[in-house]
Design a protein around this ligand. Structure first.
Ligand code: NAP
Length: 275
């Protein structure tokens, strides 16, 4: 049995995505959501071992809390200090993080990568996974712009190669940096359904050179104001669904411990999500 745990988690698209992939691969494995409240991980891990759970995904609020509970960690999980995919291997819990790899695959899929010069908005958990993964591609400068500057600084200090630079989040700074970039990635909550706040000013998009792209990690709504504004300026756009799909494909590869036909599965999942 496979699961996704979190709180809340019943709204998660992961069961639909994984069930579509498992069905396509002809595998008789179930993938179900399981509510696990904050602080409930030790009990869940014991329960999971006793109930033949061979792997699970984790969402809010568990990604960072899983780190000390794992027997082994993959490189990406160590780097971002967060786990979104857990496998049981010979009785040991192995934690991985597929968010950064999923974002990179989504950018490739949407034709937004490679890009020289990247402006990342936000410095939370998602921004960390994305920034640290893209930094390894060495695409020229990557600026991490965050409302709370100290969090951007902490994130950038995790990058051993000095590709990441912290920056402020005000419209003037964003415009200045966008004039030197080809890609903006929104990793903040701004514009998400349920978030009371929105970008106050989209003028930074005007500074992007033509042919640039904008990715928003948000997929509720499917097209945020940021993506509407970017599209109106003729920029390439991508919402958060492709990243969600590709991180799930990489997670399933860990669960099954084998390589999978990624593009074929991505098409299957995109169709399932549209149905
Ligand atoms: P998080 O750790 O809570 O980080 C939130 C970020 O948003 C922080 O940088 C925060 O800045 C910033 N922020 C929040 N409100 C703001 C405001 N009013 N003005 C300016 N900045 C603001 O959250 P997360 O886990 O990184 O998730 C961020 C987004 O990514 C969410 O919308 C989530 O759904 C999405 N996501 C998508 C995927 C996918 O597969 N597509 C995967 C993971 C996450 P401060 O540091 O200043 O508070």
């Amino acid at each position: 049995m496979l699961q996704v745990i979190g709180d809340p988690v019943l709204h998660s698209k992961s069961p639909l995505i994984h069930t579509a992939m498992l069905h396509h691969l002809g595998l008789d494995l179930s993938y179900t959501p399981q509510v696990v409240p904050k602080g409930g991980l030790p009990d869940y891990l014991a329960w999971a071992k006793a109930h033949s759970v061979t792997g699970f995904n984790a969402t809010m609020p568990h990604k960072e809390d899983l780190i000390p509970l794992m027997d082994t960690l993959g490189e990406d999980a160590v780097r971002c200090g967060a786990v979104n995919t857990v496998c049981l291997r010979d009785g040991a819990w192995v934690g991985h993080n597929t968010d950064g790899e999923g974002c990179l695959a989504a950018l490739h899929h949407q034709g937004l990568w490679p890009a020289r010069g990247v402006v990342i908005l936000g410095a939370g958990g998602a921004a960390k996974a994305v920034a640290l993964r893209l930094a390894r591609e060495n695409p020229g400068p990557i600026w991490v712009c965050n409302r709370t500057r100290s969090k951007a600084q902490q994130l950038c200090q995790l990058d051993p190669d000095g590709v990441l630079t912290p920056a402020d989040f005000d419209p003037g700074t964003l415009s200045h940096l966008c004039s030197q970039a080809q890609l903006v990635i929104n990793c903040t909550n701004l514009g998400m359904d349920g978030c009371p706040h929105q970008f106050e000013d989209f003028s930074f998009l005007d500074a992007l050179p033509s042919g640039s792209g904008v990715m928003d990690l948000i997929y509720h709504p499917a097209k945020t104001q940021l993506l509407h504004q970017a599209q109106a300026r003729g920029l390439g756009v991508c919402n958060g669904l492709p990243m969600l799909v590709y991180q799930a494909i990489f997670a399933l590869e860990y669960f099954l411990d084998r390589q999978l036909p990624g593009e074929e599965l991505a098409q299957v999942v995109f169709q399932a999500l549209q149905a």
